[in-house]
Design a protein around this ligand. Structure first.
Ligand code: G
Ligand code: G
Ligand code: MN
Length: 554
């Protein structure tokens, strides 16, 4: 039997056990009587053995039980026990009465100590299962409740986790007390919504949870009512407080993998609800496999950065008018020892969600700049464009890091181009303006990558020091047959030129597209027609073979 089961068994049979213990204690006292009698009477030391059952009785039966047993023990060793068996001399009444009083006191004190300990332990148990501020049951209590439900064999029930999305914001604008008061009001809302008395668990400062027993048909309606319950603002000291909630839930059944797992499923669903900005999301096994894939990739990426699995490839960019090879775009390649090539389209977005992206970008910057310095020494005078992610621009000291690398490799700022997507430019405009100004003062070229595909306004075009617009592949691929793409490309070229910027088209795969771009006045082209991304030595051979000038354009 495990410790917990043993405890449960003892708890269930506690009445019988108490009777049994009482009988044993009485037998013990009679045993002491016999011992004292046989060893010659109360004048010898053996009567002290009586303290054992007295202390035990206080421990088991509390103050009254201890005192009562003390009285009994006092009488057992009292009027009928001679001082000396051989002489037959009896005890004086005052003598045994004093002893009896002493026994009663010891029993009482033992009971008192035991009660105090017990209430202290209960207090500890309560504290471990409650949120001390709101007095709501906490995560431990929820796990305990889930284990109990599993034991009792309920069929299906929902574990619902409610996330108070603006909790941090409320905390910073209204203060701790207001948020805690709002949380205290949540149970009433939940009860009103589901119309049954249900405990609400506070599982962390911004999450509460309830367990719902509902058939499949009622589930949706019940959850909708729960979402609705938070639509009316909470009123705290007369201030209306709106709490934004997201809900994740999982259906747990008897054959679930344990209570922790069940709660975790609901929390994984919640993470998806937050990410997708949805009111409520039910757990699906695919969430976990996606997350595990992500974690596995992110886990091995750090290693890959250190042991040479990553490298940079370079794709030429050609000046359409002169045919000159203007520069290259540096593109990361990952050759995984087991999984083979992993596309940056797979691992870059995942790295962007973690702090690893700063290491990835550092790798790209360091390797591209080192390569560029070598090319320059061998007379290949081109620029290198490096892709920057939105997180990099928010990183403190990012611009300075680039300037230090330039210095280290003795490169001129003008030979470096940074490709930033529209979304990244819009993240935190004030900060971005400052960072990009530092870079542009060092003559580094800033280009807008994937132009035309982001959700953004055009205001960044005149607010930020942008020199190049890169028209996204999706507009270039079907040129000139696709009329819509033709219009967009022509408009982008006009817009860019009016603003004093250059235009590059990426994803140029066909001669016809290239010719169209030339006639539309587009400045540069990049794509499979010219060359796919190449390893450094391959690019060098390609460049030497064409003499730094793309042949088709002449
Ligand atoms: O080369 P490929 O088409 O597989 O690249 C897919 C995406 O990954 C592209 O959008 C490209 O911008 C991005 N990418 C490639 N290399 C890097 C890099 O070094 N840093 C960042 N941030 N993005 C990169
Ligand atoms: O988002 P970004 O511009 O960084 O993406 C560049 C990606 O586009 C590179 O990963 C590169 O492999 C890919 N690419 C470059 N030229 C072509 C092309 O002509 N056709 C297609 N389909 N992809 C291209
Ligand atoms: Mn790019």
């Amino acid at each position: 039997m495990e410790a917990k089961q043993q405890y449960l068994w003892l708890y269930r049979h506690r009445r019988l056990l108490r009777i049994f213990a009482a009988v044993l204690l009485i037998a013990f006292a009679i045993g002491v009587y016999l011992l004292v009698y046989m060893t010659g009477g109360i004048k010898f030391v053996y009567s002290h053995s009586m303290y054992v059952p007295i202390l035990l009785s206080g421990f088991l039966f509390g103050m009254a039980g201890g005192a009562l047993f003390g009285l009994f023990a006092g009488i057992v060793l009292g009027p009928f026990m001679p001082i000396d068996i051989v002489t037959g001399e009896m005890q004086e009444t005052a003598n045994w009465l004093y002893r009896t009083g002493f026994f009663v006191l010891i029993g009482f004190l033992s009971g008192l100590a035991s009660n105090l300990t017990r209430s202290y332990v209960e207090r500890l148990k309560w504290t471990s299962e409650h949120d001390l501020v709101t007095q709501l049951p906490n995560r431990n209590a929820l796990i305990g409740r889930l284990s109990k439900i599993a034991e009792e064999g309920h069929s299906n029930f929902l574990v619902v986790v409610i996330f108070l999305e603006n909790e941090m914001e409320l905390r910073s604008s209204f203060g701790e007390a207001v948020v805690e008061e709002a949380v205290r009001q949540i149970p009433q809302r939940v009860v009103d919504a589901v119309q049954t008395e249900l405990p609400v668990y506070r599982i962390n400062s911004a999450q509460v949870s309830v367990l719902l027993e509902a058939g499949e048909q009622e589930q949706d309606a019940l959850l909708d009512r729960l979402v609705d319950a938070f639509r009316t603002p909470f009123s705290i000291n007369g201030i209306p407080i709106h709490i934004d909630v997201r809900i994740g839930y999982a259906i747990c059944s008897r054959d679930m993998d344990g209570p922790e797992d069940c709660l975790r499923k609901a929390e994984e669903a919640l993470a998806v609800a937050i990410e997708r900005v949805q009111d409520k999301v039910a757990y699906k096994p695919v969430f976990r496999s996606v997350k595990q894939d992500n974690l596995a990739i992110i886990g091995s990426l750090k290693e890959a950065l250190g042991d040479g699995q990553l490298s940079m490839h370079y794709q030429p960019k050609v000046d359409i008018k002169s045919g000159e090879v203007h520069g290259v775009e540096a593109l990361m390649r990952w050759n995984h020892p087991e999984q083979g090539n992993i596309s940056p389209g797979t691992f870059i977005p995942r790295a962007e969600q973690s702090t690893l992206i700063s290491l990835v970008t550092e790798f790209a910057l360091e390797h591209s700049m080192r390569q560029l310095a070598q090319w320059k020494m061998r007379g290949i005078d081109i620029a290198v464009a490096i892709n920057i992610s939105s997180r990099n621009l928010l990183q403190p000291g990012f611009a300075d890091q680039i300037l230090r690398l330039l210095q280290k490799h003795e490169l001129d700022g003008a030979s470096i181009e940074l490709e930033v997507t529209e979304g990244a430019l819009m993240m935190d405009m004030a900060h971005t303006i400052h960072e990009l100004a530092t870079l542009s003062n060092a003559k580094i070229i800033i280009s807008v990558d994937d132009f035309g595909t982001g959700y953004s306004s055009l205001q960044y075009l005149h607010l930020l020091p942008i020199s190049i617009i890169k028209i996204d592949q999706c507009f270039v691929r079907d040129l000139p047959a696709e009329k819509g793409a033709v219009n967009i490309v022509e408009a982008a070229v006009t817009l860019a030129h009016k603003m004093g910027m250059k235009v590059i088209a990426e994803g140029v795969e066909h001669r016809a597209a290239y010719d169209f771009l030339q006639s539309a006045g587009c400045d540069m082209a990049q794509g499979y027609l010219l060359s796919k991304p190449l390893a450094a030595e391959e690019f060098e051979r390609w460049y030497q073979a064409c003499g730094g000038r793309y042949a088709h354009s002449v």
